[in-house]
Design a protein around this ligand. Structure first.
Ligand SMILES: NC(=O)c1ccc[n+]([C@@H]2O[C@H](COP(=O)([O-])OP(=O)(O)OC[C@H]3O[C@@H](n4cnc5c(N)ncnc54)[C@H](O)[C@@H]3O)[C@@H](O)[C@H]2O)c1
Length: 477
């Protein structure tokens, strides 16, 4: 049982202004695994004051000092990687190997990519007689989700620290425990007091208090489109910058010359990894009509090889989804798919037969789906894949772009030129050709209602900077 009822403010673990406990539930057992406090606007005020004071000196640190700090954080995270992974697994159900190597490992990856970007980042450049300077934006509120909790936290904290900003983190109340281990890591690594602060709480209370706060300069938000819109509305009165990383319903176009088995395998696997709870998951698979039956058969066989069960057991490839709310939402959408006439190929409502406890969902494949069905339009955020047939390349691109989202896109073809041509036509922020893996130095973010921000690497640093034009800087004496 993790007891994490204190907040980390101004370099110290402090009690909340008013005591309100929240139990954190392990989704694999449905039992309590820890307890946190739900904060209030008073706790946010305290953390913002600390961050504002710390900004005065931290914003003036040199590139070298901040590089040394990032390096110490990387080393300390490496030391605590197994614990970090175990906590993630306990609170959101990812299989232990995934939680340690990929989930917690991605956290380290973001600090490494921020360090690489910082090494050569041009904070100053001449423009005629003017000097253009990039300066840290100030005090930043970071609001994060539960699905890749440390990944999301690190990809905000790392660039914020790299640029000389100070932060208040409000992690998801569904998976807040790893944020406490992360705060302990930053403390051990010697992050100066007030530079990193942690306040737990729910969205409408602590999240909105941060978004509304007149002394917060920027909100970096990752979560649902619904909450992202609310944050932007609340933040509007103070004209702060709001960077949004939101939902997705990404299309995976399998062209008729692709290696069908490899393409389908690489499209089904990300729908199962992390129980399909990834914002960039390729949740709509678009298949040429003549290859459709064969594609459905391959997708079914890949999905049915999933080993669903105890995240701590070796051999488990898929754990539960993160919460009862998420489980119920997915069940409702699976039923909706059936009611709207999609063909259930494998999976379906309820838990896998052998599991009687825990928020486990059956790996589910739907065929005969049209792009107007609810399961093709709404982000399910679970292990549910829909297969949509198309007649020609043009129609595939049209279906892919027919969504309010625009986070990622996927193209498979044996002709690289053709894949590039299709990639160019997709209205989304990240396109993966032939199963290319993510690149932590490349910009991560979406078009349309998937958000307006770009995180990771060099682009991630830019988000936390203001631009100042110093006119006459290079004037002749
Ligand atoms: N684009 C990306 O980079 C990315 C990455 C991961 C997850 N996501 C999205 O996140 C969603 C899943 O995460 P979730 O269920 O935790 O999302 P969520 O929107 O419910 O919560 C995300 C965070 O926002 C906070 N929040 C909720 N309402 C708020 C409000 N009114 N004001 C301020 N803060 C508020 C929550 O407490 C939490 O910390 C999915 O839609 C997924 O696509 C996007």
């Amino acid at each position: 049982m993790y007891d994490f009822r204190k907040f980390y403010i101004d370099g110290a673990w402090v009690s909340p202004a008013t005591h309100r406990d929240l139990e954190v539930v392990n989704p694999a057992t449905e039992r309590s695994v820890g307890v946190i406090s739900l904060g209030s606007a008073a706790d946010v005020d305290k953390a913002v004051r600390a961050a504002r004071t710390a900004f005065e000196s931290f914003s003036q640190t040199s590139r070298e000092e901040r590089m040394a700090l990032l390096q110490r954080i990387i080393e300390t995270m490496q030391k605590h990687l197994p614990r970090l992974g175990e906590v993630i697994s306990d609170e959101m159900g990812a299989p232990l190997g995934l939680a340690v190597q990929i989930q917690a490992g991605a956290g380290i990856g973001h600090f490494m990519s921020a360090l690489t970007a910082l090494q050569t980042f041009e904070f100053e450049e001449p423009l005629g007689a003017t000097l253009v300077r990039r300066e840290p934006i100030g005090v930043c509120g970071l609001i994060t989700p539960w699905n890749w909790p440390i990944n999301q936290i690190a990809c905000k904290v790392a660039p914020a620290l790299a640029t000389g900003c100070t932060v208040i983190l409000k992690p998801s109340e569904v998976a807040p425990l790893c944020a406490h281990v992360f705060a302990e890591i930053l403390e051990e690594a010697g992050v100066p007091k007030g530079v990193f602060n942690l306040v737990d709480g729910d969205g409408p209370t602590v999240g909105e208090a941060l978004a509304r706060h007149p002394d917060v300069d920027m909100i970096s938000f990752t979560g649902s489109t619904r909450a992202g819109i609310q944050v932007a509305k609340v933040a509007a009165d103070t004209v702060k910058r709001v960077s949004q990383e939101l939902g997705g319903k990404s299309a995976n176009i399998i062209l008729d010359d692709a290696d069908l088995t490899a393409a389908i395998r690489s499209g089904v696997m990300p729908m199962l990894i992390n129980s399909g709870q990834s914002c960039n998951a390729p949740s709509r698979m678009l298949v040429p009509a003549p290859l459709y039956d064969e594609a459905v058969r391959i997708a079914k066989s890949v999905a049915e090889r999933t080993v669903v069960g105890d995240p701590k057991a070796s051999g488990t490839t898929m754990g539960p989804v993160a919460s009862k709310v998420q489980f119920d939402k997915i069940q409702g959408l699976i039923q909706r798919g059936i009611d709207e006439g999609a063909r259930l190929v494998t999976g379906g409502p309820g838990r896998p037969d052998e599991l009687t406890r825990g928020y486990f969902v059956r790996p589910t494949i739907f065929a005969d789906v049209t792009n107007s069905m609810t399961i093709a339009r709404e982000e399910i955020f679970g292990p549910v894949l829909v297969l949509i047939p198309y007649q020609d390349e043009q129609e595939a691109v049209r279906i892919a772009n027919d969504t309010v989202y625009g986070l990622a896109g996927y193209v498979h073809s044996s002709d690289l030129e053709r894949a590039r041509r299709v990639a160019k036509q997709l209205r989304a922020g990240m396109i993966h050709i032939n199963g290319a893996q993510i690149d932590m130095n490349a910009p991560f973010g979406g078009y349309k209602q998937s958000g307006n921000g770009r995180e990771w690497g060099r682009e991630g640093l830019k988000e936390f900077l203001e631009t100042k034009a110093v006119l006459g800087h290079f004037a002749e004496q």
